[in-house]
Write a new protein. Structure first.
Length: 124
């Protein structure tokens, strides 16, 4: 394929929004078991919350996907300072949800820090 056609194809994809990772990521959801593939990027992760636990020392809330800690496949973390945005996190235990945000790897496991209620919603 000639270079000008390749550039045209790239321009078309960008025009359709495929170059905007965060907008595209919100349309497609990765399963919690594949969250590591998105490490360093903004993605939507979908899975069932197997366990909701709260650290007594710091008040941090952990939504563990796939299995309970330490066998979880992915964790959504709500630090104490953001807890007012998530008044009843226990409601998500056992339910399929979607979370959107930046995925990072912490101690070998993928996680996402939630700071706004809009990042967490029931899965369709």
């Amino acid at each position: 394929m000639p270079v000008h056609r390749k550039l045209g194809a790239v321009a078309l994809l960008l025009a359709l929004g495929f170059g905007r990772r965060s907008a595209f990521a919100q349309q497609l959801a990765l399963p919690d078991s594949a969250a590591t593939r998105c490490a360093g990027g903004v993605c939507t992760i979908e899975g069932t919350v197997a366990q909701v636990s709260v650290s007594h020392k710091l008040g941090t809330t952990f939504l563990n996907f796939g299995a309970a800690y330490p066998h979880q496949t992915f964790t959504a973390v709500i630090f104490h300072g953001a807890k007012d945005h998530f008044p009843d996190p226990k409601q998500w235990e056992g339910r399929p949800v979607r979370v959107t945000g930046k995925v990072q790897v912490y101690r070998g496991k993928p996680e996402m820090i939630l700071v706004a209620a809009s990042q967490l919603r029931a899965a369709p």
